[in-house]
Design a protein around this ligand. Sequence first.
Ligand SMILES: Cc1cc2nc3c(=O)[nH]c(=O)nc-3n(C[C@H](O)[C@H](O)[C@H](O)COP(=O)(O)OP(=O)(O)OC[C@H]3O[C@@H](n4cnc5c(N)ncnc54)[C@H](O)[C@@H]3O)c2cc1C
Length: 378
Amino acid sequence: MKEDIMVVVVGAGPAGCSAAEAVAASGGEVLLIDKKSEIGSPVQCGGFLPEAVELEKLMPRAHLPEALREIPERIILHRTHLQRIYSPSGNYKQFAVAGRVLDRRAYDRYLAARAAGAGARVLPATRARLEEGIVHLSGHFNGKIRPEIIIGADGPHSIVSRAMGNPIQETGICLEYEMADVNIDPDAAEMYFSAQYAPGGYAWIIPLGQDMANVGVGVRASYLAGQKLPLILDRFIREHTIAAEKLAGGEVLAVMRGLVPAGGTLGAIQKGNMLLAGDAAGHVMATSGGGIPLAVVAGRIAGEAAIGQLQGKMALTNYASRIREEFGIELSRSVQIRKMVDMAMKSDRLMNALFAALSPAQMKSVMRAQIPAPLASR
Ligand SMILES: Cc1cc2nc3c(=O)[nH]c(=O)nc-3n(C[C@H](O)[C@H](O)[C@H](O)COP(=O)(O)OP(=O)(O)OC[C@H]3O[C@@H](n4cnc5c(N)ncnc54)[C@H](O)[C@@H]3O)c2cc1C
């Protein structure tokens, strides 16, 4: 393996693939490394991605790459048209949201194939370790590389972030089942708030078709009080007044777990020749846990910053401000909203009161990281 590669991207999820594609498309030499034997697998995601028209409202200043706007139909398993949000007391509010539910394994592979098509070299089944600017590879490919630029797109436990000296980020812990033979509303992506069934987070039902769904729960460790996540999710499926009617007879086909950054960006996203994008940088909407769109946009910007630096057109130090310009306001507002809702999450009574104070339109604003009046006054 050549030692003097221009750019190494650690992690071939949405952020890393988009970064590698951007570098390669501009003529840069780039390696895309992932420890997974099969890119995109195992899946750790609900696969929900709003349609492009919704993403334009979520991130109005962001340039959305083609890979977010025009996803091949074979990767879209299902479409939803509503978002329905349940309070702890079982009341719901709903509003129109056009959503795509992706086959996440196929989507990641599509993104990796785009990067490869642009000229990136892809190294699966290969773990990266960083030591004083040298990337050590082990697994299917072995060797040492001293790249000019390193892009850390390696998820919530990023080794690149650690090498930059960043603190460990605040995360939510998620457990999700793919379930068959369920009696769900195939038109609605649902969120359920409840201190009992989803302490410090929410439970969800994301339809995969008429009688299939991803059913999960994401919570924060500080709210768990010793409870085990599988018990919480199983209780939601068996006992929740509303959800149990839809799910109780279903069968679990797959079990997925993973972490989701919950606190926005902590620490630096650029230091020396290192950049962070996607989950590694905390680029996840704290109000919804949605990270796919931000990862693709941030990856694209990281790739552009890397090639810009190499071609003398843009300093790497401009990376953070480019991110802020495209979706920084929405990301930090989502964290602000999450912190406002945190207190209410401790008690179902407070959560019910907050829920009653918000109209469906205001809830939609919250999901778009806009702060409605009843929350602003808290
Ligand atoms: C249960 C669950 C459900 C979710 N549901 C949704 C949803 O419905 N919609 C949504 O928008 N978001 C969802 N998310 C969040 C979303 O999955 C992430 O935000 C998104 O995958 C971030 O992309 P990424 O490229 O930054 O990181 P990842 O997709 O995590 O990719 C990081 C990659 O880096 C690799 N890697 C890590 N360390 C190394 C190393 N040392 N060497 C080599 N490779 C390495 C990993 O193998 C991985 O492939 C969910 C998350 C979870 C956990």
